[in-house]
Design a protein around this ligand. Structure first.
Ligand code: SF4
Length: 218
């Protein structure tokens, strides 16, 4: 994919979804932070089911800390890795109270110092809450970026760095959500839905498939 195609690729995604956002339910930066910690190797739907019950009871660092690890587990036990996630969330609440006045910090270093928060989670918070033009590369974005030729790389970090270089500035803020949603619903891992995809004309994978098919016919 060349740079002109990258621009058209994002213009097309924008035309289909002008205001993309996360599918995690939240009503404060803290709620989103906890939801993102819980979402590691879990679906947004599964996390929403748990937080829909948790947040009406406890949606601040103080209130979740008061639940304690065992109390919190009762709300999140349907989510994978809930034991370690409960420990991390409680530790994170303590740090937020003691070091950040119970607020989510707008700072990568401080975010990544929280238990259960890595670079990807920090990027989600910086992008979605604080509107920093950064991209959190998850499995969907990694696959889509390599498959389409948008930003090829062998590691998640290599893809992130490439995306930061090649995504046109005007699309950088929302690129994260456009790419995740496209990877999640259209460019599926096993069977990409190329028949209904809106960006076929810019996609390296699609072009290769078409070439292969026309060779096998001739
Ligand atoms: S054309 Fe197919 S492979 Fe390319 S982005 Fe669309 S769904 Fe994915």
């Amino acid at each position: 994919m060349n740079q002109a195609q990258r621009r058209d690729f994002f213009a097309t995604l924008k035309a289909h979804n002008p205001a993309p956002t996360t599918e995690l339910n939240y009503s404060s930066p803290f709620e989103l932070l906890i939801a993102v910690i819980l979402s590691a190797q879990a679906t947004d739907v599964g996390v929403n089911k748990a937080t829909d019950k948790l947040y009406p009871v406890a949606n601040t660092p103080e209130k979740i800390l008061a639940l304690g690890v065992d109390g919190l587990k009762q709300y999140i036990k349907t989510i994978g890795l809930f034991n370690s996630k409960a420990e991390n969330v409680i530790k994170t609440c303590k740090i937020l109270i003691e070091q950040h006045n119970s607020q989510v910090p707008e700072n990568r270093e401080a975010l990544e110092a929280l238990p259960g928060v890595g670079r990807k989670t920090a990027n989600v918070i910086l992008n979605t809450v604080f509107k920093h033009p950064v991209i959190a590369v998850d499995t969907h974005i990694f696959r889509l970026s390599n498959r389409t030729g948008l930003a090829k790389g062998k590691t998640v970090r290599a893809v992130e760095d490439k995306l930061m270089k090649v995504v046109p500035k005007e699309y950088l803020l929302d690129a994260h959500h456009w790419l995740i949603l496209h990877g999640r619903y259209v460019c599926l891992a096993r069977k990409p839905k190329c028949d209904t995809c809106c960006v076929t004309q810019y996609c390296d994978y699609y072009r290769d498939q078409q070439r292969r098919q026309s060779r096998s016919v001739s």
